[in-house]
Design a protein around this ligand. Sequence first.
Ligand SMILES: [Zn+2]
Length: 405
Amino acid sequence: MANTIDLCPQCRGRLVPIGERTGGFSAKKAVIGTVVAGGAVGLAAGATGKQLVTLQCVKCGYIIETDAKTAKEATEFGEAFEQYCELQEQLRRQRCKLEIPHVKLVHQYGYGMNEFKYAGYVNRAKDREKIGIDIDAVEKEVAAARQKYDKKIQLLNTPDASEQRELSELRKKQQNLTKEKSQCEAELAALGFFKFAQKKAVQEKIASLSNELASVTEKKDQLDRIIQQQQEKWQAEERAEIIQIRSELVERCRVLAYEWMKENLPEEYHQFLSAVYSVLDDEGKDSEELHQLLDPETESMTTLQLSQRIGYFSNPYVSDCGQGFSFSLYFGADGARDRSMLQRLAQKEEREKAEKAAKIERYRKATEKLIKERYPEESASEREARVQRIVDSMIQTDTELENHS
Ligand SMILES: [Zn+2]
């Protein structure tokens, strides 16, 4: 999926450069490169006389040879990743007693309240490229996995499934036995005093029906449980498969989010935001869930305070699928709010363009009429040139006025 090397393909350890050479064709190395870097890059590195760099995994010693650019990117990514892992480890130890600093509000830094809020959404396209993963392809794979399990679960629940047929037979049996039993009970009540022999026979029948009913009910409950367990097993498998499909995307976003924060956000927020990024995954988490994950004893701050602090600083690598005013953060493809935000921006631009075109048209019509009356002897092309000059100057004046107000 990735078109870059990030970490060791064997153990996800950090890669460091250990040597370089100007490569002639090396079939063996080309093959290694192909496996690691994806067909085109690997073959090119093996076949041409390019500068080749040998990378080695610091954990398991695995060696890869690749082109200089890919090697540089992998080395940089590895460094960021290692830094991040160290921080993760620190945070994991501190999490139960997370000190969330009583930070200043963002406007006290001289920022506008919305300065960071939409930064992520506006810069998205460029940043998505940096993730280096085909997000749409990942989501397609996720959709296919979902479909696969939905189908399995659906099949298990159709009336034609053997389990469902057995279940419905057991239900029928249960109903019949219940009916028969209540008939016997009515019969017994109708017998009144005496008729001991008859009563005894009916009582025995009721007892045997009760036993049978109990055993049918147990079988039915057992089958219900088996079907339920099978569904839960598939749901767990589905979740695990989706986590696996998205894992590389999530980890790359996590590291990039952390890097972006260090570069762009006030330092006082770093520890707090790092903690937030450390608990995010591929599924949306709202302020309530984040509060539970970060500060389970809810000693440091209220959910509202937490959500305010997060809300001030969007990050282009953190997506939001929250509804309305509430957020729900995750690492992955753009969330619903991003799309609507972008949509609104595009619509506004479209509207302004249309308004401007209509205004120019109005100016042109009025000017044409005036010029025709005033310069009747001029040719059509001369008049047209006059109209154009006047309209241009009107538009320019409008723009200057707009910029002043
Ligand atoms: Zn390794």
